[in-house]
Design a protein around this ligand. Structure first.
Ligand code: NDP
Ligand code: 8X3
Length: 254
């Protein structure tokens, strides 16, 4: 896979930055987006020798900004072959009755609406060219419930089902749609979830060998490199140190 134009959301850290690094080795054109410009500038400089990199400061919650970013791409980046819908976050781990509603709004706006906007503005070009690949990062949290996962898991269930439904709409075209559902991976994810509390975020991974951003990028590369007639629909992966728990049972001890 080379000579492709790849548009990545959330490229300033974690999975998105790792995808940029792994896809930059093949002579591709990369459009890297996120809210923080400095990490994007650093990545652009780091990858300059291997890929043509265009960076855009972009908040995926802003529908007009997403539309403008896609419409305003320089000519050589305009024909997007691969959209990696990666930008996203979890905020908090409180039970539903204690949660900060602003956190729920932010997760819905980013993880659901951001994916909707990017997909909707990129997809018409892919359909017109009859080629393309949309890869969306969901989560095990979208398939398996856990305490405090409430809206985060709900947003990820949305993107998993959205990806499947896109496949239905795109049947008869050569546009592929894939959804990746990673389990625990060590990135800035937990620092964001726990709002900068480094101790809490370190505890998540303590004593384990979590997935890395590189593992997810390698998975993306594998999905992309399948022959054009092979569509990976959904792919779930976890660290060997993570598994499911038993059903929780409340016993009345009165
Ligand atoms: P990181 O926090 O390291 O990266 C998240 C990226 O999303 C950052 O680049 C951030 O950039 C970007 N982002 C967040 N909000 C916005 C926004 N409003 N507009 C644009 N970009 C935004 O975490 P990960 O790399 O781990 O997370 C990537 C994706 O993977 C997320 O969707 C996450 O839910 C999912 N995931 C993570 C798992 C994990 O355990 N780490 C497991 C399963 C799924 P910036 O702040 O500069 O805008
Ligand atoms: C991130 C994995 O288990 O923290 O999506 O929800 S988890």
């Amino acid at each position: 896979m080379d000579g492709k134009t790849v548009f990545i959301t959330g490229a300033s850290s974690g999975f998105g930055a790792a995808c940029a690094r792994i896809l930059a080795t093949a002579g591709n054109r990369l459009v890297l987006t996120a809210r923080r410009i400095n990490p994007l500038l650093q990545l652009q400089e780091e990858l300059a020798a291997t890929a043509d990199v265009h960076i855009i400061p972009l908040d995926v919650r802003d529908r007009e900004a997403v539309q403008g970013a896609v419409a305003g791409l320089p000519e050589r980046f305009r024909a997007i072959d691969i959209l990696i819908n990666n930008a996203g976050l979890a905020l908090g781990l409180e039970p539903a009755h204690e949660v900060d509603l602003d956190d729920w709004d932010t997760m819905v706006d980013t993880n659901i609406k951001g994916v909707m906007y990017c997909t909707r503005f990129v997809l018409p070009g892919m359909v017109a060219r009859n080629r393309g690949h949309i890869i969306t990062i969901s989560s095990t949290a979208g398939a398996w419930p856990y305490p405090g996962g409430n809206v985060y898991g709900g947003t990820k269930a949305f993107v998993t089902q959205f990806s499947r439904n896109l496949r239905c709409d795109l049947l008869g075209t050569q546009v592929r749609v894939s959804c990746i559902q990673p389990g625990m991976a060590e990135t800035e994810f937990s620092k964001v979830r726990f709002k900068g509390d480094n101790e809490k975020s370190a505890n998540v991974y303590q004593g384990t060998k979590p997935l890395t951003a590189g593992d997810i990028a390698e998975t993306v590369r594998w999905i992309i490199s399948q022959p054009p007639h092979v569509n990976i629909n959904t792919l779930e992966l976890m660290s060997i140190d993570q598994s499911w728990g038993p059903f929780a049972i409340h016993r009345d001890t009165k």
